[in-house]
Design a protein around this ligand. Structure first.
Ligand SMILES: *Cc1c(COP(=O)(O)O)cnc(C)c1O
Ligand code: SF4
Length: 360
């Protein structure tokens, strides 16, 4: 596979950011808003959750209606206006200090900003993201590091948001470095959709900075093969070539990727980019997202299909992030048919039954 060149020509070594559309500041500044869509003749209902779409991501739309997966993921639809729940995962009540969610014993998640490069209509943190305008302050960061120092059981810190890669590199470095300074923190993860919606953000300055704070992981968020482009491949390759392993967390979305062949293509393409499919999420129960929600059996069917068809390296774990903040629960097709003291009866990917004797 030599279709991707790691030294991309758009980024000459002498200048960090070439002008125009290959410049992430330009992309961020020229994001399409509600009014821009109306001006382009796209019918859009007015919703509380804002519209912002980078010109790059907008250019990936092939058809301007909801048959196009990218259109459907970033352009509001009437169905968004229905109300359900704003914080089903109870993140706000699991926040011991501002901007920190501590749900699992050993892991904590920082909501570093409420800004994203592009707003996804199905966002699980809609109650904050895009609506409140907050970026973490130095004093909040200080309280978080104090909390982490007093909770040495937390060894894994996830910098999430919003999207932390919308920060300038220096500001992001400030956040990462103070967390890295907490001795009990072993790994740092960054959750970001930027490689998908604003891949030109992944520049040399950023990757060189990140490389200094190993072990650091980046989990990104591709949902559909149409999001995989030359630019997004280059962005991921840059991170990975700087020693930053990447995972992908996608959300199962009705009419977008609730199809075993689309999921298979997505997972195959991701693993070829060295991005490990990590989670496939069942859609959360949030306001205005019901039209994206699929039956749980759809996810099981997809998992069943993947197991027989593709490399185990490319198979994500299907999870439901359970309501009430009860954590992520893996959902697996039933392979264990029966269990007795002597043996278990299993079913393989083809549906054949297999017996496996227990130790006596
Ligand atoms: C998902 C999540 C984590 C990380 O869970 P993993 O299964 O380790 O990826 C940690 N904290 C919160 C609040 C989360 O939602
Ligand atoms: S990038 Fe993530 S946090 Fe931002 S709008 Fe999309 S789903 Fe929500």
């Amino acid at each position: 596979m030599n279709e991707i060149k790691i030294q991309d020509k758009e980024e000459p070594p002498s200048s960090e950011e070439p002008p125009g559309c290959k410049n992430w500041h330009w992309q961020f500044k020229h994001r399409l808003t509600y009014n821009d869509l109306i001006q382009r003749g796209i019918e859009v209902p007015k919703t509380n959750f804002p519209v912002a779409i980078t010109p790059y991501y907008f250019s990936l739309i092939k058809k301007y209606d909801d048959s196009d997966p990218i259109f459907k993921m970033c352009i509001p639809q009437e169905d968004e206006l229905t109300l359900l729940n704003s914080d089903p995962l109870c993140e706000d009540s699991m926040s011991p200090v501002s901007c920190l969610v501590h749900r699992y014993r050993d892991r904590a998640l920082i909501i570093s900003t409420t800004t994203c490069a592009t707003y996804c209509r199905y966002c699980t943190r809609k109650r904050k993201v895009g609506i409140q305008h907050h970026t973490i302050t130095l004093s909040e960061l200080h309280k978080i590091t104090e909390y982490l120092s007093n909770h040495q059981e937390v060894s894994d810190v996830i910098i999430s948001g919003g999207d932390p890669l919308t920060f300038e590199t220096d500001k992001l470095e400030k956040i990462i470095s103070v967390i890295r300074d907490v001795p009990s923190v072993e790994i740092i993860r960054i959750g970001t959709k930027v490689p998908v919606v604003m891949p030109m953000r992944i520049n040399k300055k950023l990757v060189k900075m990140l490389k200094q704070y190993q072990p650091i992981f980046v989990n990104t968020h591709f949902n559909h093969p149409q999001e995989i482009t030359r630019d997004s491949k280059i962005a991921c390759a840059k991170l990975i070539d700087h020693g930053i392993p990447m995972g992908n967390q996608s959300v199962l979305l009705k009419g977008i990727n609730d199809d075993k062949h689309i999921q298979e293509e997505l997972c195959r393409k991701l693993i070829r980019m060295r991005v490990k499919p990590y989670y496939l999420y069942q859609c959360d129960l949030i306001d205005g997202v019901e039209h994206f929600r699929t039956k749980v059996s759809k996810g099981i069917e997809i998992m069943e299909h993947l197991r027989g068809q593709i490399s185990g390296m490319a198979i994500p774990q299907f999870v439901i992030d359970s309501p009430g903040g009860k954590g992520k629960i893996p959902i697996i097709p039933t392979y264990l048919i029966s269990q007795s003291p002597e043996k278990v009866v299993l079913r393989n990917y083809k549906g054949e039954l297999v017996e496996y004797p227990e130790v006596s």
